[in-house]
Design a protein around this ligand. Structure first.
Ligand code: SF4
Ligand code: SF4
Ligand code: SF4
Length: 278
């Protein structure tokens, strides 16, 4: 169980299955707090990630470990209160589509800034909850508009994006209010990039870890390209896929690609060495 489940699951299997974490009541609190602080309640405000700009890169360049650690801690603390994400599997994303209403798909701000994609080719980001009814207040964030989806349509879009190789992540906007179901990849996604390149936990690992059964793996290598987290590699001498359990974020993309059913997801909590590795 992760710290977010300890704090916010309230009897549900995972904290993001608790409908209270999507509730209008939390959205209102968050909006009032942000506005009282004099800031604009923009749903895509960057949280702690915005602290990791030039200063952090310069500290990294001169290998100033102390300064980097300080900035990392600050960024994490702010993110955990304001805007952070956790990787989830497709199965969990599909369950969320049944819990949460409304859901809308919109242009992805990360890919827009990394690739300059035209908005109409870039509808991969999902927003959820009461905040979506206010989208017209932030025309730049929601450039290209939003498309509201029924739960069944949302599931179809999620399944298609998963086939495309995108990882599902939930994002808070004023923790524990969950307002985003993002579909991300490396290096486009700011959250994945910040975690993988700088080790800053603004994006948490998921509740499961993937394992390969060498008896079932036939060495076809079809799964290798699916991993956005550098956890999956191919051992040519053994002709088998290999998953680094420390590096695995439990997104499940590799398992869905394997037609031999050689990859399974096991609960992180069942693996003593990984139980605290979020
Ligand atoms: S978090 Fe993911 S879906 Fe959301 S804006 Fe970034 S890459 Fe796009
Ligand atoms: S897709 Fe399955 S069978 Fe093929 S290499 Fe990966 S784990 Fe092995
Ligand atoms: S090894 Fe599989 S489950 Fe783990 S992060 Fe990579 S693709 Fe996701």
């Amino acid at each position: 169980m992760c710290v977010w489940c300890e704090r916010y699951a309230d009897g549900y299997e995972r904290w993001y299955f608790n409908p209270a974490n999507y509730a209008r009541r939390l959205y209102k609190i968050r909006k009032e707090e942000v506005e009282a602080a004099g800031a604009e309640a923009n749903p895509q405000a960057a949280g702690g990630m915005s602290l990791l700009g030039r200063d952090f890169l310069e500290a990294k360049e001169r290998n100033d470990i102390e300064a980097m650690e300080r900035m990392r801690r600050e960024a994490e603390e702010i993110s955990w209160r304001t805007h952070f994400g956790q990787v989830i599997t497709l199965d969990d994303a599909l369950k969320i589509a049944d819990i949460m209403y409304p859901i809308a798909v919109m242009t992805c701000a990360c890919r827009r800034s990394m690739q300059g994609l035209p908005d109409e080719e870039n509808f991969t980001c999902m927003g959820m909850g009461p905040g979506m009814y206010k989208w017209e207040r932030w025309p730049d964030t929601y450039r290209g508009g939003v498309q509201f989806l029924t739960p069944e349509e949302a599931k179809e879009v999620l399944t298609k994006l998963n086939k495309r190789g995108l990882v599902h992540c939930i994002y808070t906007f004023g923790t524990p209010y969950i307002g985003g179901l993002c579909n991300c990849d490396y290096p486009d996604c700011g959250g994945i990039r910040t975690r993988i390149d700088h080790g800053v936990r603004v994006l948490w690992k998921g509740h499961q870890v993937a394992q390969v059964d060498p008896e079932l793996c036939n060495g076809c290598a079809a799964c290798i390209h699916r991993c956005q987290f550098r956890a999956l590699s191919f051992a040519p001498t053994r002709n088998k896929a290999y998953i680094d359990p420390i590096q695995c974020f439990g997104c499940g993309l590799c398992a869905l690609e394997c037609d031999q059913e050689a990859i399974t997801l096991v609960e992180r909590s069942s693996l003593p060495a990984l139980v605290e590795a979020w």
